[in-house]
Design a protein around this ligand. Structure first.
Ligand code: PLP
Length: 383
């Protein structure tokens, strides 16, 4: 059997149609979208076509609200630093949550060093941010609120529309890191009511190093990259043409397939969860059972180390993740699992499996055959 890939929250393979769409832009269509000649104009057309694809997928009012970036990390950095700098006249206070991706948390920590104050909202045992807590954290000098749409480790889907309304009632900007949500569940910027939203192509079948930031029309934003006049003067640098085309096609395809894919993927995930809970004792599910991303499953196998389990699974041909991909290799327990109230041992005992579009029932059943044996083995060896 081929390797079984269950780490779609870490990254996804580029889909065949995305690869096909990108290929010409590495060869015959090599123009610079800023050039006046026809080679450049062809590139410009491709960029603007992709921008419309993103606009449609997000329910944005205008394609002019979509800015291409180098990925989720840049989008988060730009939204928070750029949004904070542009609205600092209002005050120097930011509200975020304790379970954000490090692209948000470390950006906020950097701003703290620059003299900003940051409130990190707690979450409940399933990872939900409480609107009441946000209400209490809001101050006259709160410039920006940034809460993720869906958590990358445990899949919790946050009540963004409600949270954005609370931030706006006090005049603050609202940003959401929707990197895990876009392509997996419906994301409509207008019904969410957000001012800024981050997404990343490689999380939904697109290329790595490519993302976008939605910035609602009228939002005052500071630029981070200075240079040319690309992206309506707000993000300098020659456009990543194949990347942009790939992002547009990946989001078009993911949106078209979404409903069917979510059903299939969550069906496989539920089969995996039920099978493990039936065959293995002393397992805890981390995260909620409803309002959870369709592909996410995060489990703690009490008495063993997630890392050891991960390595044994890898040897058996199964790719999973312990905590988040970004903290893999570090000895600190996951900040997300600590925030939902797990103790250090339980956090260290966790394994994340994230199902994606190309997984099959045969693969899930193979995991259900292999994983319980490995767990039993490790428990016997006390690893
Ligand atoms: C992957 C991820 C990011 C970072 O995106 P990159 O494109 O890999 O830089 C940010 N936030 C969340 C929630 C993610 O899952």
């Amino acid at each position: 059997m081929d390797r079984i890939y269950l780490d779609h929250a870490g990254t996804t393979p580029v889909t065949p149609s995305v690869l096909q769409a990108m290929l010409p832009y590495f060869s015959e269509c090599y123009g610079n979208a800023s050039s006046i000649h026809s080679t450049g104009r062809d590139a410009r057309k491709a960029v603007e076509n992709a921008r419309r694809q993103v606009q449609h997928a997000l329910g944005s009012a205008s394609a002019q609200e979509i800015y291409f970036t180098s990925g989720g990390t840049e989008s988060d950095n730009w939204a928070i630093k750029g949004g904070a700098l542009a609205s600092s006249a209002r005050g120097r206070h930011i509200v975020t949550s304790a379970i954000e991706h490090h692209a948000v948390l470390h950006t906020c920590q950097w701003l703290e060093k620059q003299g900003w104050e940051v409130t990190y909202l707690p979450v409940d045992a399933e990872g939900f941010v409480s609107p009441g807590d946000l209400q209490k954290a809001m101050r006259k000098d709160t410039a920006l609120v940034s809460i993720m749409m869906a958590n990358n480790e445990i899949g919790t889907i946050e009540p963004i529309a409600e949270l954005a309304e609370i931030a706006h009632a006090d005049g603050a900007l609202f940003h959401t890191d929707a990197v895990q949500a876009v392509g997996a569940i419906p994301v409509d910027v207008q019904s969410l009511g957000v001012d800024m939203l981050s997404l990343s192509a490689h999380k939904f079948g697109g290329p790595k190093g490519m993302g976008a930031l939605y910035i609602k029309k009228g939002t005052v934003m500071e630029r981070l990259l200075h240079g040319g006049e690309q992206e309506r003067h707000l993000r300098a640098g020659t456009e990543n043409l194949p990347g942009i085309v790939g992002l547009g096609e990946a989001l078009r395809e993911a949106t078209e397939e979404m409903e069917e894919k979510a059903l299939r993927v969550s069906g496989l995930r539920d089969r995996l969860q039920a099978g493990i809970l039936e065959k293995v004792d002393r397992v805890l599910v981390n995260g909620p059972q409803t309002h959870r991303l369709p592909g996410h499953l995060n489990l703690s196998f009490l008495g063993i180390q997630g890392e050891a389990l991960l390595l044994r699974m890898d040897l058996a041909g199964i790719a999973a993740s312990a905590g988040s991909a970004c903290t893999a290799g570090s000895l600190d327990p996951s900040h997300v699992l600590m925030a939902i109230g797990r103790d250090r041992d339980t956090a260290h005992a966790s394994l994340r499996m994230t199902v994606g579009r190309e997984n099959t029932q045969e693969e899930i059943d193979e995991v259900l055959r292999i994983l319980p044996e490995i767990v039993e083995d490790l428990r016997r060896m006390r690893l």
